[in-house]
Design a protein around this ligand. Structure first.
Ligand code: C2E
Ligand code: MG
Ligand code: MG
Ligand code: MG
Length: 278
């Protein structure tokens, strides 16, 4: 039984995936074929410099263009893909596609900028993550300075192993960002032990900057601390002018959010970079 309540929430009713519902099993099964059938697609969300307002990068965000269920957002299948291990294959595809697209933009004469790719913690379990990334860069011809990898904090990770992987990746010249900063398990441990270029303040803090004085304090403190550690800061989920003003006042470096653009297909990014929209 497939409920379809509209746009993106076809799957939201099945809170009980842990019960191995029909929905769960059927999606797992379909995910195996989705890569070959080219049902995954990347959207890109622009990132902006806080001072100049110029676009300085894009984040690649995967969607599943399901032939029957329609566009499935990552929140509805990434957890399932992580559980089944399929995230490794999906992640490989995302990495290669994002690098290919970025190289393609550069070759068509658009101003070069990094693409950020989200990595699942499951992708670190592979011992050869760094050599895999190196292979993708070679295959696509993308220079490593134009790739940024986003990792989220997780309780299940082996800190020593991840730390070694990140050092290998840094040696390649790719950037490392911590995603959803502040919501996870051991943020400070990360900052101290991992080679981090940038942290992304989780949008739950940004959302209430105006209403909640403690969120405002936390955001200001994160920015100050990161800068003392030589780490750049990008704010996620920026939706209002007031948030921008606050972030600018506290010297946040970069920003990303619906205020400028939701994630959009690659064509739209081309138009933005080409100046048609700006
Ligand atoms: P994330 O990496 O933190 O990505 C940011 C999410 O916030 C995106 O949701 C984006 O559409 C949304 N967002 C951006 N600006 C705003 C805003 O101003 N307001 C609000 N309310 N939301 C905003 P999306 O695309 O649904 O992705 C959700 C999550 O799925 C991502 O969170 C990321 O953790 C995961 N994900 C997406 N693509 C991939 C992927 O290729 N691999 C892996 N492992 N995870 C992915
Ligand atoms: Mg991200
Ligand atoms: Mg680095
Ligand atoms: Mg995030």
């Amino acid at each position: 039984k497939v409920k379809q309540n509209g746009r993106n929430d076809a799957l939201l009713y099945s809170e009980s995936w842990s019960n191995y519902s029909f929905e769960h099993l059927s999606l797992q099964h379909e995910m195996y074929r989705a890569i070959q059938r080219k049902e995954f697609i990347l959207y890109y969300q622009p990132q902006y410099d806080m001072i100049s307002g110029g676009m300085i990068g894009v984040e690649a965000l995967v969607r599943w263009k399901h032939p029957i269920r329609g566009m499935i957002p990552p929140g509805d299948f990434i957890p399932l893909a992580e559980e089944s291990g399929m995230i490794v294959q999906i992640g490989d595809w995302v990495l290669e596609e994002a690098c290919r697209q970025n190289k393609c933009w550069q070759e068509s004469g658009l101003p070069p900028m990094p693409v950020s790719v989200n990595l699942s913690i499951r992708q670190f379990v592979q011992h050869d993550l760094a050599s895999k990334v190196a292979d993708v860069l070679t295959r696509t011809g993308l220079d490593s300075q134009y790739l940024d990898l986003e990792i989220t904090e997780s309780m299940t990770m082996d800190v020593n192993h991840v730390s070694r992987c990140l050092l290998d990746l840094t040696a390649l010249g790719v950037g490392i960002s911590i995603d959803d900063f502040g919501t996870g398990y051991s943020s400070f441990h990360y900052l101290k032990n991992f080679p981090i270029d940038r942290l992304k303040i989780d949008r739950s803090f940004v959302r209430d900057i105006q209403q909640d004085p403690s969120d405002a304090e936390i955001v200001a403190a994160i920015i100050a601390m990161a800068h003392n550690l030589n780490i750049q800061v990008i704010a996620e989920g920026v939706e209002t002018q007031e948030q921008i003003e606050f972030l600018r006042k506290h010297n946040c470096d970069e920003m990303q959010g619906y205020f400028w653009s939701a994630p959009v297909p690659s064509d739209n990014i081309e138009q933005m970079l080409g100046g048609y929209y700006m």
